[in-house]
Design a binder for this molecule. Structure first.
Ligand SMILES: C[S@@+](CC[C@H](N)C(=O)[O-])C[C@H]1O[C@@H](n2cnc3c(N)ncnc32)[C@H](O)[C@@H]1O
Length: 211
């Protein structure tokens, strides 16, 4: 991708996350998203006192569930969107959490080796192209302590589609209706459109496993 293409991608993503921050927590109305957050907390197997970083923490939903489940964690949430962090801040005010506005690759590059017990990143990797993912894997592993754990969740081209289908298989539309949920569906149509423009280019599971 050329310099112009990269500039467009960066600006388009920044705009997307800014707008999406206004309704993002509509995802919390979806049963599969609630389950996903709980599964991520379980998979992390964090222990009291652990140092944890959430890369692309968004509105802080993973951190919120994690600090409720495990005491005395030292958590850093990193996100490039000031608007996403603006929603996360009040939600996490009662917890001892540091929120950092930064590109996550820049943050990773500047973090010391062997300094973190748990690294988590949920639904962020699909926004990165292959060269950036290479940096992501290498740096995330570098900063982890020897007994550390990395939990990454991402999505494929179907995006939030399967999540919505799973939700409505269990809950009626009327019982689920909320304006923020409708807004989430609209935002995901925007994300699909951005995939068509290659702003996002989700990798297949095979590719990710090879990486
Ligand atoms: C789909 S949201 C996921 C938020 C959160 N992890 C969750 O699961 O609810 C993607 C988040 O990643 C952030 N993000 C995307 N690319 C980033 C980057 N290169 N550096 C930092 N944050 C990034 C966006 O600002 C957005 O908040």
């Amino acid at each position: 991708m050329g310099e112009r293409g990269r500039g467009f991608t960066t600006r388009a993503q920044a705009k997307l996350w800014s707008v999406y921050s206004r309704c993002y927590d509509g995802l919390l109305d979806l049963v599969p998203y609630q389950r996903l957050v709980a599964q991520v907390v379980d998979a992390l197997e964090a222990r009291p006192g652990d140092t944890v970083v959430d890369l692309g923490c968004g509105t802080g939903n993973t951190i919120h569930a994690l600090v409720a489940a495990v005491p005395d964690l030292q958590v850093t949430g990193v996100d490039s969107s000031v608007d996403m962090l603006g929603v996360a801040g009040p939600k996490l005010a009662a917890a001892d959490v540091e929120l950092v506005r930064s590109d996550l690759l820049d943050w990773l590059r500047s973090a010391p080796s062997d300094s973190v017990d748990r690294v988590v990143s949920v639904n962020v990797l699909y926004t990165m192209h292959a060269a950036d993912r290479e940096v992501f894997w290498r740096e995330a592993v570098r900063i982890l302590r020897p007994e550390g754990r990395l939990v990454v969740v991402t999505t494929d081209r179907e995006g939030v589609g399967p999540v919505i289908r799973e939700h409505f298989a269990e809950r009626s539309f009327v019982a689920s209706f909320s304006f923020r949920l409708v807004a989430v569906l609209v935002m995901n149509m925007v994300i699909w459109a951005m995939e068509a423009r290659r702003v996002f280019d989700p990798a297949s599971e095979t590719t990710l496993r090879q990486e």
